[in-house]
Ligand binder design. Structure first.
Ligand code: GLC
Length: 619
C-alpha cells in the first residue's frame, strides 16, 4: 500500500526531525545561538556588542552561577570533573607541573576539551577560561619551545624580540587549547637574594616598562584571533622589593618609591590592554596586597583605569589575617575578581554565598567581578569557539619557534671578561675540554618553571644542551672531550669551557640568605682546571649574579648565560664567533656579599660589574 507506506514514512520523518531539533536545542554546541520565543539570546549572538552580551548574560545568572565564575580551581583538586558543571566553575588552572599523562601537546588539548565540554553542559553554557604559567614559553608541556627566563631577556634590551616571544608562546599555548597565561611578571627585583630574581627583567623598571610588547605578542590586536591568549601582568605590586629579598615578604618603602620602581611597569602594560593582573603575596609596609583596598581598588582600578579582571595568587587569600570568611570578604571587597582557591572550592563557594546573602559583600561588587571576567571570555571568542584550535598544535616545539628562542639565547648572553680576546674561539681548535654540571643538562639550563614547578636537573625535555651546541659547531677535526667533573683534563688542551652556576629552583625555594658564592662542586672543578694550566672560559648558568670576585682572576673569559632554556646551541653561536655579544647586565653585579642589595643609583655604587655592562668582540 504505497499510500499508507508514504503516510507512515512521512510521520516517521516528522517525528525524527522534531527529535533531532529538540536535541540540538538541549545539547550545547559551539556557540549556536539559543533560541527563546523565536529569537536568539543576546549573549549568544556573536554579532551583538560585548557589553550587551555581558548585561544580558548577567541578568540570566543566579548568584551561584556568578560565584562559580569567580572561582578558579587547579585541575588536580577537582573531586569530580563533573564538579565543573555542578558548581558552575568559571576557571581551571594547571599549577606548575600539573600536566596530563602522558605529557604531550595532544593530551593537553584533549584534556582541555574534556573540561570545556563539561562546562558547556551548564544551563547557560558559559565556557571555562583555563590558565597556566607559560612564563618562558609553554614550559609545562614536554617538547615545547622554552625561552630564556626573564632575567636573560632583560639582558637583550630588545622589546621587538619580546613581542616575537609573546607571539610564539601564544601559538604554542593555544595549540593545547589553553586560553590564558600568568605572564609576564613585571617584578622589579631589587635584591638578588630573592628566589624569583630570574623571573624579573631587571632591577630598573625601565626594562619591564619597555617589555609591554610581550603583552601585545601574547594578546595580538584581537583576542578573538585563535592564535592569541590572555596575558597577566604580575604580581601587583612590589613583589621584587621585599626587605632582604624575602619571597612573599614585606616591601617597606615610601609610596613614591613604590610608584617609581614597582608600579611604573604596569602603566605601559595597562595601556597595552593587558587582560588580567595577578596580586602579589607580598605586603606593602606590613599590609598584605591581597587585602589592599587602596592599591587594588583605588589605584589599580581607579587611578590607572584597569578594566580587565584581577586574579588572586595561589591560596594567597588564606594568608590574610582573620578567619576564612574574613579572607574572602576582605580580598573581594578590595577588588579581586577571581580567587585562585585552588583546592577547597566548595568551602569558598559556600563562604562567598553567605557573605553576599548576609550583605557583607554587595551584589554590585559581585556583578562588577563577573562582568570583568565575562568580558574577557567574550573577547577571547570562547562562546563561539570553546574548543582547541588544533591548527596550532603542530607548531609546538617547531624549528621555526626554536629558532626564535635560539636568537633570544644569543642576545641574552653577557660577556663580562675576555682576557687576551680568547673569545671568539676558533672552530678549528685541536682539543677542547668541556666540564661542569650545567654543560650537558637541559634541566639545569632551563631552571625553574620547566616541566615541573621547581624545575629538575637532567634530560627533562627536548632541545640542545650547551655541550651539544659546542659539538655541533666545531670542525670535524676538533676533539671535544666532556667530563662533568673535569676528569681527564691535561695541559695539552687548547681551552677548557667550564659551565657552572645554579641548579633549578622556584619562588621561595630559591631565596638565598646565606653565602652568595659558587657551589663547592664548582669551586672544586675550577681548582682542577687551574692546576691543569689550560686557558679557561667560564660560562655561568644562573638565575642571578653570584659572588665570583675571588675566582675571576683565574679565568680567561666569563660569559653570563642566565637560564637559556631549550636552545643551548645559541651559546656556541656566540662563543665561536658566528654572532657577536650584544647583551648587557639587567642587574648590578656585586663585588662582595656585603654590597647586596646593590642597585643602579645607590650612593657609593661600586659593583664588580655595573648595571648595563657588557663587552663585545672588537673588529
Ligand atoms: C604561584 C606564583 C604565581 C603563579 C601561581 C599559579 O605561587 O606566585 O606566579 O602564577 O602560583 O601557578
Amino acid at each position: 500500500m504505497v499510500m499508507n507506506k508514504f503516510v507512515f514514512s512521512k510521520k516517521l520523518f516528522v517525528f525524527l526531525l522534531s527529535t533531532v531539533l529538540l536535541f540540538s536545542l538541549l545539547i550545547p554546541s559551539m556557540g549556536d545561538p539559543k533560541v527563546v520565543n523565536g529569537e536568539a539570546l543576546v549573549y549568544q549572538d556573536p554579532n551583538a556588542a560585548i557589553p550587551d552580551r555581558v548585561t544580558d548574560l548577567l541578568a540570566r545568572m543566579s548568584l551561584d552561577e556568578k560565584i562559580g565564575q569567580m572561582t578558579q580551581v587547579d585541575r588536580t583538586f577537582l573531586n569530580s570533573d563533573n564538579d565543573i558543571a555542578t558548581y558552575y566553575l568559571g576557571s581551571l588552572l594547571s599549577g606548575g607541573g600539573s600536566a596530563p599523562t602522558p605529557n604531550t601537546p595532544e593530551t593537553w588539548a584533549d584534556m582541555y576539551d574534556h573540561y570545556q565540554s563539561i562546562a558547556l553542559t551548564n544551563n547557560l553554557s558559559i565556557p571555562i577560561i583555563y590558565g597556566i604559567d607559560a612564563v618562558h614559553g609553554h614550559n609545562n608541556v614536554y617538547g615545547a619551545t622554552v625561552f630564556p627566563h626573564n632575567i636573560g631577556l632583560g639582558a637583550t634590551r630588545n622589546p621587538t624580540l619580546l613581542n616575537q616571544i609573546g607571539e610564539v608562546t601564544a601559538k604554542e599555548v593555544a595549540g593545547t587549547g589553553i586560553d590564558w597565561t600568568f605572564a609576564p611578571a613585571l617584578s622589579v627585583a631589587r635584591n638578588e637574594r630573592w628566589g624569583r630574581t630570574y623571573e624579573s627583567y631587571g632591577e630598573d623598571p625601565e626594562i619591564a616598562s619597555s617589555y609591554a610588547t610581550i603583552i601585545e605578542g601574547l594578546q595580538g590586536t584581537n583576542l578573538n584571533d585563535p592564535s592569541t591568549i590572555l596575558a597577566t601582568a604580575k604580581h601587583w605590586v612590589g613583589d621584587g622589593g621585599t626587605t632582604g629579598g624575602d619571597d612573599q615578604g614585606d616591601t617597606q618603602i615610601s609610596e613614591q618609591d613604590l610608584r617609581d620602581i614597582h608600579i611604573a611597569p604596569y602603566i605601559n602594560a595597562i595601556n597595552s590592554g593587558v587582560g588580567s593582573i595577578m596580586i602579589s603575596y607580598s605586603s606593602w609596609n606590613s599590609e598584605k596586597l591581597h587585602g589592599h583596598d587602596y592599591l587594588i581598588h583605588d589605584v589599580l582600578k581607579g587611578e590607572l583605569g584597569f578594566d580587565g579582571f584581577i586574579v588572586s595568587d595561589w591560596a594567597a587569600i588564606d594568608q590574610l589575617p582573620g578567619d576564612y570568611a574574613s579572607d574572602v570578604r576582605t580580598s573581594i571587597n578590595a577588588g579581586i575578581d577571581m580567587i585562585m582557591i585552588p583546592d577547597n572550592y566548595v568551602n569558598f563557594i559556600n563562604t562567598l554565598r553567605t557573605e553576599v546573602n548576609e550583605g557583607r559583600i554587595s551584589m554590585n561588587r559581585i556583578d562588577d567581578a563577573v562582568s570583568r571576567i565575562l568580558t574577557k571570555k567574550f573577547e577571547l571568542g570562547l562562546f563561539e569557539n570553546p574548543y582547541t584550535d588544533r591548527t596550532f598544535t603542530a607548531s609546538i616545539g617547531s624549528q621555526e619557534h626554536r629558532d626564535v628562542a635560539r636568537e633570544a639565547v644569543r642576545q641574552s648572553l653577557v660577556l663580562l671578561k675576555n682576557e687576551g680576546n680568547i673569545l671568539p674561539l676558533s672552530k678549528d681548535l685541536n682539543k677542547v675540554f668541556v666540564a661542569g654540571k650545567n654543560a650537558d643538562n637541559i634541566g639545569n639550563q632551563s631552571g625553574g618553571w620547566t616541566i615541573s614547578w621547581q624545575g629538575t636537573s637532567g634530560d627533562i625535555t627536548s632541545g640542545t644542551t650547551i655541550l651539544e651546541g659546542i659539538q655541533n659547531t666545531v670542525s670535524p677535526n676538533t676533539t671535544v672531550t666532556y667530563n662533568e667533573r673535569g676528569i681527564g683534563i691535561k695541559s695539552d688542551y687548547d681551552v677548557a669551557i667550564v659551565v657552572i652556576g645554579e641548579r633549578p629552583y622556584a619562588e621561595g625555594n630559591g631565596d638565598k640568605q646565606g653565602s652568595f658564592g659558587l657551589e663547592r662542586t664548582d669551586l672544586t672543578l675550577l681548582d682542577k682546571m687551574k692546576r691543569a694550566g689550560v686557558p679557561t672560559v667560564v660560562i655561568l648558568v644562573s638565575g642571578r649574579p653570584l659572588i665570583i670576585t675571588d675566582q675571576l682572576t683565574d679565568w680567561n673569559a666569563l660569559v653570563e648565560a642566565w637560564l637559556p632554556g631549550t636552545e643551548g646551541d645559541g651559546v656556541a653561536d656566540v662563543i665561536f664567533g658566528d654572532y657577536n655579544f650584544t647583551g648587557t647586565l639587567p642587574m648590578s653585579w656585586p663585588l662582595t656579599e656585603e654590597q647586596i642589595p646593590i642597585n643602579i643609583g645607590d650612593p657609593q655604587y661600586d659593583p664588580l660589574f655595573p648595571y648595563g655592562f657588557g663587552l663585545t668582540y672588537q673588529p
